[in-house]
Design a protein. Structure first.
Length: 238
């Protein structure tokens, strides 16, 4: 199905199991809804899957979007589908959206699951600041800076690079103490993209939360430890 939000086409799948609660699955950056679609097998509630632009079957370019635009898009889609109560399951970038929605929609959010979630201010290494200094110097001298940036950044066109930069430079640490929903935090022990210290900070700052660290798993812990992940998710959502 297609939902139009701010002139962007948003692809989604909605499974109606005649429940009063909908499990909303929010995928990571560079993925699409199919990365989490297997979770629908254990969902006894309604289930909603969304493709975030520019991924999957949604629009390939959006202009002047921020992480809050993405969150408001999902909220608008929920209103369109008349979803009044939901559980949020967000992986990586999807965790950013889930954090914002749990903050904005306290009454509607029953449970929150953050899987290798992004959104916190990272600890920066000396190398990071060295690269930043080099970038600024080269840019000031009008030299080529096209190869500076992460793989995710370099894979985007100019418009989506602006969107991506806005997202990664928006930190949600201050939102965490205001989240009221029962929360489960699941991280891979070997996650290098969103390291374990982020999981522990999420757990510390979200009062009603539990933390599970999956061994021999990385940033896609739900793939590396699929059966274990599904069992944990199923128990929590029930």
């Amino acid at each position: 199905m297609i939902y139009v939000y701010r002139d962007a086409q948003i692809f989604y799948k909605f499974f109606n199991n005649k429940s009063n609660v909908t499990d909303i699955f929010l995928h990571g950056w560079g993925c699409d809804h199919q990365s989490l679609l297997f979770c629908q097998k254990v969902s006894k509630n309604n289930a909603l899957f969304v493709d975030f632009p520019p991924f999957g079957k949604s629009s390939k370019v959006v202009k002047n979007w921020s992480v809050f635009t993405y969150a408001n898009m999902v909220i608008s889609l929920c209103q369109h589908l008349k979803i009044e109560h939901f559980n949020l399951i967000g992986h990586s970038f999807g965790g950013r959206i889930a954090i914002i929605m749990a903050f904005l929609c306290k009454q509607e959010t029953d449970k929150l699951v953050l899987v290798d979630s992004a959104g916190l201010k990272p600890r920066r290494s000396v190398g990071y600041y060295g690269n930043l200094w080099a970038y600024r110097i080269r840019k000031k001298l009008h030299l080529d800076v096209s190869k500076f940036g992460s793989c995710d950044y370099l894979a985007l066109d100019s418009e989506m690079r602006k969107v991506f930069s806005s997202i990664v430079n928006t930190h949600l640490d201050d939102f965490l103490p205001y989240i009221k929903a029962k929360t489960l935090i699941i991280f891979g022990e070997d996650d290098k993209t969103t390291p374990i210290y982020m999981a522990r900070k999420l757990h510390k700052c979200i009062k009603n939360s539990a933390l599970v660290i999956l061994k021999e798993a990385g940033h896609f812990c739900f793939i590396d430890r699929r059966v274990e992940f599904l069992n944990i998710l199923c128990d929590f959502l029930e």
